[in-house]
Design a protein around this ligand. Sequence first.
Ligand code: ADP
Ligand code: AMP
Length: 218
Amino acid sequence: MNVVFLGPPGAGKGTQAETICREKGMEHVSTGNELREAVQAGTAVGLKAKEYMEKGLLVPDDVVVDIVADCMTKGDHNSSFLLDGFPRNLAQAKALDGTLKKLEYKLDNVFYFAVSEETAVKRLTGRWTCPSCGGNYHELYMQPKRPGVCDKCDKPIEQRSDDNVETVKKRLKVYREQTADLIEYYKERGVLNTVDADKGVDDMHDEITAVLETAAGS
Ligand code: ADP
Ligand code: AMP
């Protein structure tokens, strides 16, 4: 089963992806995570991506299309992929269609995370992550047990440099202008499910799981 999580930054895609992938044994492919790792490692891809990410702009399509194709090609043929934050424009969606066709995979479900901009801004500007283990926190909604310290690995948690108000607003504008059209693209293909992403983490999880279980049983 292959799935896409589509929605604005701050909708809660990464939070849901982590749990669903653990529970269902799916491979989590987050282009944002892959790019941040490349920036951290100082690779050629990372150096190229950094300038776009800092400005809240989309990294060029060829870079992210290759990342996703590599991840999907490396998986074995029984793998299930959950693509989080990809595709983000029509060219990427078409490239994904090509990759799926080449590998003889099908796209089973696209989950559109419908969230208000007000909620997305609050979630992004309050997001904290652990650079060591990827632990996911929020200063209001998912606080660590000890302030500033990861529950799982005791390391200091930090805020992403692109989670400041100005860059968040830019990222949401980019989403509206370049990504939101994909809702229609996938609706026309009959694979779109809309998730109420203003809800709490557990309710969202139940909504997504119910669709995946129906799909798996059918
Ligand atoms: P995305 O991957 O869509 O950009 P994240 O999953 O990283 O979003 O979530 C952004 C922030 O909001 C994180 O700090 C996360 O802990 C928090 N968060 C995620 N889902 C919810 C939710 N349903 N309710 C409240 N906070 C949430
Ligand atoms: P995210 O972690 O999904 O919020 O992504 C962080 C940043 O990485 C985005 O603001 C973009 O600069 C870049 N990025 C992530 N995914 C993509 C993608 N599919 N296409 C282009 N840029 C991306």
